[in-house]
Design a protein around this ligand. Structure first.
Ligand code: TRP
Ligand code: ZN
Length: 891
């Protein structure tokens, strides 16, 4: 298949670079309209390869001069490359001078301006928009950087590493000179020049070394930096304690910037963050925001070792750093959360995210292996598959070698590869070699199919109990569905953590045929063939199997359990993940029955009673209760149906069930509201966050039930909370309760909320997002979103703001977006094209909202295809967006 403009880059075509760049000395004369960059490199030919021209990448640059060893050089510029031939044999000095225009850079890649300051974003290929360079991760150089700029406008001048000197310059300018002792690829370069203030703290590492930690923000935001700093301190301590990885720099800086395409960026010693993942205080940020900050601060900090000290050989290896670092940030959040129950809550949330985003990706037109084989625009491969499924692959390795074994593997990985640019194979090899007697070592080549095969494996489990022989036989089967370019799949290595529960809820001791005696009540069965049989002996009565505990592998499991078995697991399983999963299955069955049959069938008392038992349970965690009481999302239900999906009907089914549950559990929700509120001042810890989540869920149910019955007491209480809540979690919870009930008080509450927070950009993002995700009713949400694009506070230029309205509608409000009159799709196409003209990365993310169009029912499917084709027909489309729409339309 021939794709759009950009050629396909293939993993198989990897070649080592023809030249190495050893050192870089950069000088920036910063000016928003025209910044001068002087780039002095020492370069050396790669002696392993035949002699060839040096081709440096450069994009949207004005080249002013090129010198080799101090003499003007002959060169040519072709295809965004500066080409030099007949270069000296040994090491030589190469100087390039160019200018660029930061204020016109709306793509937010390279050097750009935001809020009057200068910021950079170089991953994956932004450095070439700053100066000519070998812009690929396997070329690692030592950087020295001098920044010059107006002292009043840009009092803070930062770059990677350590500050060497700073001082005044003529004409009101000043300078700062930085040096980073660690060789690094260009994607980890960063600079900041802006009017910022910082919170700072000195810490002492275990080895007694002192470090300076700093969090830089705009002047008014200093009161929102405490949590980020706390999270950073905790991250430093955690990596040292869990993996023996210490901070290797004297100074570690975080800088918040409000215009940013992604979450944050791990530049060496100078992490740049979307403000969303730094700024928080109880008045402006929710519990979810606080948790997000902790995990992203951890994520970027952990990259210092997994990504920066050991980096990727090429971009196909992206999951080497991202999958591993997501695994590390998930583990960090779990360790911070504390007890087993809080850890399970975090695991459930992560799996929910994986199923809602990565599973559909694996089933759609953008399906790709964790280590992709080809791309047109690398920015399109910063995906849930590379990140979240990549993390699951690391998690499975850890499961197969054990916690200690995994720590040994990490140590070996750093012994072997510190300072290198390596591959996913190198990582897996190190973990296996450190654990020679493990199941991972025994089946390493097969295990690595997780890196090469796209698509979510299907596992089927069927059990048979034989009373006479007291044996339980568990049959496990696996198969993979075809994905683009991969019609057939070979078996994966799938760790299936499991236990057996008896009817009274006791865990049965496990003894496999051939074992001398039972040991433990939980096992990891390793499924590696298409079909395998496991026979448990000395099983006194028919058990209920609890399979894939803790979601031990990223697969779709058909365990064939009947309702009675699911009720047993929900009530008794020792594995909290599978308890939650049983409730999801029970809820799903009922939702599907409504989608397929009568919308308003009565809810059975068995289900309501089981949920009530969880809700009223004396010892279960409130956060866990809230998760169990939350029905599967509309998107998840759509994926289960898989074809001829009618989002309106799914919405109607889920709403009817939500109303029935609100009614049936009315008194229980009142009890939650009256007795489960957290006491004391606000703290974003997992326990009180869980309490607030449960209480907000209660309020939402009570407001919904009251609105249905025309009662005004609960809506009135919610409105009161919007006015006077003591923290943003409760305030936003109350507002969203009104919006999800379509209560009359929703409108005045929205106005109130806006008036209170009109000067807080991150809160305004919530205000837009809540309206875009409000409960669909007679097409009103879509009309509102369209109107909001004209609101004075709305702009497409700021990615957070654009996402808060558009992405929320396209991705997270299916019933409002998928309209039979196709107005949603027309709007989608218009916005994708409009954004693509200035920010292709953002546009291609919006474009992906249509990935699953083929699963829609008619007439939606045809209307969707037409809208995608309309976008694809635009000749001026970016490579990013072109790649997405081309894949979407390919058969
Ligand atoms: N490496 C970053 C992370 O995962 C991701 C990232 C930040 C990024 N900014 C980007 C990826 C811009 C592509 C483009 O933490
Ligand atoms: Zn990352």
């Amino acid at each position: 298949m021939r794709e759009g403009n950009a050629p396909l880059v293939r993993r198989e075509d990897y070649l080592a670079p023809a030249y190495w760049i050893k050192t870089v000395d950069l000088t920036f004369d910063l000016d928003p309209a025209k910044t001068l960059v002087i780039n002095k490199m020492t370069v050396e030919r790669n002696a392993d390869l035949p002699e060839q021209p040096l081709r440096l990448n450069g994009e949207k640059l004005n080249l002013t001069r090129v010198m080799v060893n101090g003499e003007p050089a002959t060169f040519r510029v072709e295809d965004d490359c500066l080409v030099l031939e007949n270069l000296p044999a040994g090491e030589f000095a190469l100087e390039v001078r160019n200018t660029c225009c930061p204020e016109k850079n709306l793509e937010l890649s390279g050097l750009y301006t935001s809020g009057g300051g200068f910021f950079t974003q170089c991953e994956a290929q932004g450095f070439r928009r700053i100066t000519y360079f070998l812009d690929r991760p396997d070329v690692m150089a030592v950087y020295t950087v001098t920044l010059k700029g107006n002292a009043k406008k840009y009092p803070v001048l930062l770059s990677n590493g350590n500050l060497l000197e700073q001082g005044e310059l003529p004409e009101g300018k000043h300078f700062a000179k930085w040096h980073d002792p660690f060789p690094k690829p260009s994607y980890l370069f960063a600079l900041v020049a802006a009017d910022l203030v910082c919170r700072e703290q000195k810490i002492k590492a275990r080895n007694g070394r002192e470090h300076l930690l700093q969090v830089y923000v705009r002047a008014g935001d200093l009161d929102k930096t405490e949590h980020a700093m706390r999270s950073l301190i905790a991250s430093v301590a955690w990596d040292e304690a869990r993996f023996g990885l210490a901070l290797d720099l004297e100074r570690f800086m975080i800088v918040a910037v409000s215009d940013f395409n992604m979450g944050a960026m791990e530049n060496k010693g100078l992490n740049l963050f979307n403000t969303k993942y730094v700024l928080a205080n109880p008045a402006t940020a929710t519990d979810v925001d606080f948790a997000g900050i902790e995990s992203v601060v951890g994520h970027e900090y952990f990259h210092n070792w997994t990504g920066n000290r050991i980096t990727c050989r090429d971009w196909f290896q992206l999951s080497l750093k991202e999958g591993l670092t997501v695994y590390r940030d998930q583990e960090f959040s779990m360790d911070m959360a504390g007890d087993a129950s809080a850890r399970a809550v975090k695991r459930i949330e992560d799996v929910r995210g994986l199923r809602q985003v990565q599973f559909p990706e694996d089933a759609g037109p953008m399906a790709h292996p964790v280590r992709p084989d080809a791309y047109q625009a690398i920015d399109n491969f910063y995906t849930a598959t590379v990140y979240e499924k990549g993390a699951e692959v690391v998690r499975m390795m850890a499961k197969l070698v054990g916690r200690e074994g995994f720590a040994r593997g990490m140590t070996l990985y750093f012994q072997r590869h510190d300072g290198q640019a390596v591959t996913c194979d190198d990582f897996a090899q190190a973990i296996a070699d450190a654990n020679p007697h493990s199941e991972l070592s025994a089946r390493l080549e097969q295990f690595k199919r997780w890196y090469s095969q796209a698509g979510t494996p299907r596992v089927t489990a069927r059990g048979h109990y034989d009373l006479a022989s007291q044996t339980y036989t568990l049959e496990l089967l696996q198969h993979g569905l075809p994905t683009a370019g991969q019609p057939n799949k070979a078996p994966w290595v799938i760790p299936v953590a499991m236990g057996l529960v008896d009817a009274a809820g006791h865990q049965i001791a496990l003894q496999l045929e051939g074992e001398a005696q039972p040991s433990g009540t939980e096992r990891v069965l390793v499924l590696h063939e298409a079909q395998q049989r496991f026979v448990f002996v000395n099983v006194p009565a028919a058990p209920v199997p609890s399979l894939l505990r803790g979601f031990s592998a990223p697969v779709v499991l058909d365990d064939g359990l009947d309702e009675a078995a699911l009720f047993t697991l929900l009530a008794h399983d020792s594995d909290p993940f599978n308890r939650w999963e049983a409730a999801q299955q029970l809820g799903l069955h009922r939702l599907l029955a409504r989608v397929r049959g009568e919308l308003d069938q009565p809810l059975d008392e068995a289900f309501v009673g089981a949920l009530r038992a969880v809700l009223r349970h004396a010892t279960l965690d409130p956060a866990f209760k809230e998760l169990v009481l939350t029905l599967p999302s509309e998107g998840y239900v759509a994926e289960q149906i898989g074809h001829d999906v009618d989002p309106q009907r799914i919405h109607a089914a889920r709403e009817s069930m939500r109303r029935q549950l609100a009614r049936a559990l009315h008194d229980d929700w009142v009890w939650v509201w009256e007795t489960q509120q957290p006491s004391g001042g606000y703290r974003p810890d997992p326990y009180s966050s869980g309490q607030r989540a449960l209480v907000n869920h209660a309020l939402s149910a009570l407001v919904l039930d009251a609105t249905v019955r025309g009662d005004t007491v609960w809506p009135g209480r919610a409105y009161q909370r919007v006015k006077d809540a003591g923290n943003m979690t409760d305030r936003a919870g109350a507002l969203s309760a009104l919006l999800h009930a379509n209560a009359e008080l929703a409108q005045p509450a929205l106005e109130r909320f806006h008036a209170l927070f009109k000067d807080e950009p991150l809160v305004l993002d919530k205000w837009f997002a809540m309206q875009a995700t409000a409960c669909e009713h007679n097409g009103r949400v879509f009309e509102r979103v369209k109107a909001l694009t004209q609101h004075p506070d709305f702009t497409l230029r700021n990615p957070n703001r654009a996402r808060s309205l558009l992405m929320m509608l396209f991705m997270w409000n299916p019933a409002a977006f998928h309209r039979t009159d196709a107005a949603g799709y027309v709007f989608w196409a218009d916005k994708v094209v409009e954004v693509d003209a200035f920010n292709p990365q953002l546009a291609s993310r919006l474009a992906r909202a249509m990935d699953r169009w083929r699963t829609l029912a008619e007439p939606l499917r045809s209307a969707a295809r037409e809208a995608i084709a309309r976008v694809a027909a635009r000749p001026e489309l970016s490579d990013d967006t072109r790649e997405i729409v081309t894949h979407a339309l390919a058969d």
